[in-house]
Design a protein around this ligand. Structure first.
Ligand code: NI
Length: 227
């Protein structure tokens, strides 16, 4: 399921992140790509071990944690540490590729299955040309470019690319999510059920039926989730 997640970051958080990015250390993005993707990846990445990146990670993980739509749509078990990348000048694109299925956390050796990919846009879309995230789906390609502070989540199985940036600078944060619910069909059903329950509650308040439906949601989650 491809889904935009709006207003992940507050204006303050966005301003903080931009301040942290200014003057931070950058390295070639291909360091973290798989063998096939490395040949196509031409961008820059904020140094993973830097103070700036640590601070940004904390802000982003906190923001995702409190976002009801992000939680409901991904049912996160682990979020594989957010990174920040930049596309500009000669380092301006990432050709069509698939992300590795498994990522290794460098220090803990923890393995994370990349069920869901997430891009959090950090630059004002009017400040750069190109740089769309293009997802190749059976029905055709979809290009996405969101306002700063909004994110897009999409299945880790998707072939995707970042179109060349021809003006300005595209700044974004990206990460992967291993979901408690591995099957994307089950995850989608849970998401739709949750959103429907929330809408019914908003319209009619709580009653015995909404309580029963909520029970069904949790019983399905209990049946399918792996914590
Ligand atoms: Ni990718």
């Amino acid at each position: 399921m491809m889904l935009p997640v709006e207003n992940v970051l507050t204006a303050d958080e966005l301003a903080n992140i931009r301040k942290l990015v200014d003057g931070a250390e950058w390295e070639a993005g291909r360091e973290t790509a798989g063998a096939q993707a490395a040949l196509l990846k031409n961008n820059e990445q904020l140094r993973h071990e830097s103070e700036a990146m640590r601070a940004i990670r904390q802000i982003v993980l906190g923001a995702l944690d409190r976002h009801p739509v992000f939680f409901s749509a991904t049912l996160p078990k682990r979020v594989f540490s957010p990174r920040v990348n930049r596309y500009q000048g000669d380092s301006n694109h990432f050709g069509a590729h698939v992300d590795n299925a498994i990522r290794f956390a460098p220090h803990t050796g923890l393995r994370v299955r990349t069920d869901i990919s997430c891009t959090l846009f950090l630059a004002d879309p009017a400040s750069y040309d190109g740089g769309e995230l293009i997802m190749h789906e059976p029905g055709g390609a979809r290009a996405v470019k969101l306002k700063a502070g909004d994110a897009i989540i999409y299945p880790g199985t998707t072939v995707h690319e970042v179109a060349p940036v021809t003006r300005g600078s595209r700044l974004a944060c990206f990460m992967w999510i291993e979901s408690m619910v591995r099957d994307s069909g089950q995850r989608r059903m849970l998401y739709e059920l949750d959103r429907t329950i929330v809408a019914l509650r908003n319209e009619h308040g709580d009653n015995s039926h909404s309580v029963a439906l909520t029970g069904t949601y949790h019983n399905l989650l209990r049946m399918w989730a792996d914590t």
